[in-house]
Design a protein around this ligand. Structure first.
Ligand SMILES: [Ca+2]
Ligand SMILES: [Ca+2]
Length: 472
């Protein structure tokens, strides 16, 4: 009987009708490695709540970002497009007047057209000028540090009337600091040498509401805001881009989580993210939104390995942040949505953050922008059956290409921890650590992948779009 019931249940089509639109929450952590969730690396930091999400949902073993650095990775996710196609190659610094081009259509803008309530809580890092902030890219609400948590206040930022100042900081002192920073935004040496680096503002909308940010309470506050936003918008569809500052260095955990893991402060930080993710999932269940909400947990790039114990782990993968080796670009990823995804499933197919925009478009019965090239693909078929091959090839900057089990690496980032040999061909099925170069024994595979990479780079060259640059 139980078997019959399960069979019958499996026949219920996992498709939304036009009038019920699913909610979307993307939890996009900063610099968390493939080895920093225990469902991917049992020896790593223990993350029981996210592991439970995987048990109730789907674990993606081959889920990638477009590039292993903050702004580039975020731009690709929000636009469904390779970062190099939209001119964003690395990370923006405060006050440089550059960012994601306003003409790019973000997931938030796409969903706003479908009457979604939209919010970004956390790191933005796609431009800090008012015209480049989340409110200009489809988000109704924004609260967070506008760039990395190791950066500094930008000279042009303005303060809200009731802005909070921590420690012995005052409005006057903060404005003096902005004057000191102003001449150095392009060559940042004097700022990095000063005591003012890593003193970052929190923005609400476009204005500073807190300086310097109390980073130890930030993870909790981002999740609190998310839960509040859900409660306020539970009767209409919502999209929340939840982007914690952690575990990017400098690391901060609240008092409740300090010393709670067996992996130092880094472990404590991950434990705190795990705890609040569990709290969010519990809240969705209590509000009976679990059948109609898709939650995706992933990271923007691999661990910053040069920070040692403070830099996290890529588990069995090679290298980390900045590089196109697996440790840089393959992310620990879980999709959760009991109304959309069969419990306890595992997907080994290639997928990427660039697929989220097309996938969400499909799930709400709308189209991706038709007037431009969108590189991502609809991966919603993978939520029902893992046998579909969606991507024949995935490219990582001008450095690497993956197809099936094969990966060709032709260039390295200068921050690569273990260099060479190059070019190198790896069979990831047998050699996930990218340690055994097979280019001499499989020259035809290498040639084929090189030709695909060449085609891709030619296409990028002929068909790319600029980032925003307000200096021009
Ligand atoms: Ca990052
Ligand atoms: Ca836009």
């Amino acid at each position: 009987m139980k078997k019959l019931l399960i069979t019958l249940l499996s026949l219920i089509p996992l498709v939304y009708s036009n009038d019920i639109k699913p909610n979307f929450i993307i939890i996009f952590t900063d610099d968390q490695g493939y080895g920093d969730l225990s469902c991917f690396n049992p020896q790593g930091v223990q993350t029981p709540h996210i592991d439970q999400m995987a048990t109730e949902g789907m674990k993606f073993n081959n889920f990638y970002v477009s590039a292993a650095v903050c702004s580039a990775s975020r731009a690709a996710l929000l636009t469904g497009t390779y970062n190099d196609r939209i001119g964003i190659k690395s990370a923006f610094f405060p006050g440089t007047k550059q960012g994601l081009h306003p003409d790019e259509i973000t997931i938030a803008e796409l969903l706003k057209e479908q009457n979604y309530a939209t919010a970004c809580f956390g790191k933005w890092h796609l431009g800090d000028e008012p015209s480049l902030l989340p409110s200009a890219q489809g988000f109704d609400t924004y609260f967070g540090i506008p760039y990395s948590n190791d950066m500094f206040i930008a000279p042009h930022q303005t303060f809200a009337e009731n802005a909070k100042f921590n420690g012995d900081w005052t409005l006057e002192k903060a404005k003096e600091l902005q004057k000191f920073i102003a001449p150095h935004v392009n060559k940042r040496g004097p700022i990095w040498k000063s005591e003012y680096k890593a003193l970052v503002p929190i923005l609400e909308g476009e204005q500073i509401v807190e300086f310097p940010a109390d980073q130890a309470s930030l993870t909790q506050r981002y999740f609190d805001r998310t839960i509040k936003f859900i409660d306020k918008n539970q009767n209409k569809p919502f999209f929340i881009f939840l982007t914690p500052a952690m575990p990017h260095v400098p690391l901060f955990a609240s008092k409740e989580f300090r010393g709670k893991s067996k992996k130092g402060l880094y472990g404590d930080v991950i434990k705190e993210i795990d705890f609040h993710t569990g709290r969010l999932i519990k809240h969705l269940k209590e509000k009976e939104l679990d059948q109609n909400t898709l939650v995706i947990f992933t990271s923007d790039n691999g661990p910053w390995l040069s920070y040692g114990d403070e830099g996290g782990s890529s588990g069995p993968l090679r290298d980390g942040k900045f590089t196109s080796y697996e440790g840089g670009v393959r992310m620990p990823t879980v999709f959760w949505g009991p109304g959309l995804i069969k419990a306890n499933s595992v997907c080994n197919q290639l997928a990427s953050t660039i697929d989220l925009l097309p996938t969400f478009a499909q799930l709400v019965n709308t189209q991706v922008p038709q007037d431009r090239k969108i590189d991502g693909k609809d991966i919603s078929p993978l939520l029902k059956s893992q046998n579909h091959v969606i991507h024949r090839h995935l490219f990582f900057r001008d450095e690497a290409v993956r197809s099936g089990d094969w990966k060709l690496v032709v260039k390295e980032h200068h921050m690569t921890m273990r260099k060479g040999p190059l070019p190198a061909l790896y069979n990831l099925k047998n050699d996930v650590a990218e340690s055994n170069n097979l280019i001499d024994t499989h020259p035809k595979v290498a040639q084929y992948l090189q030709s695909k990479l060449d085609e891709h780079l030619k296409d990028l060259n002929e068909n790319s779009r600029p980032m925003a640059d307000l200096n021009e």
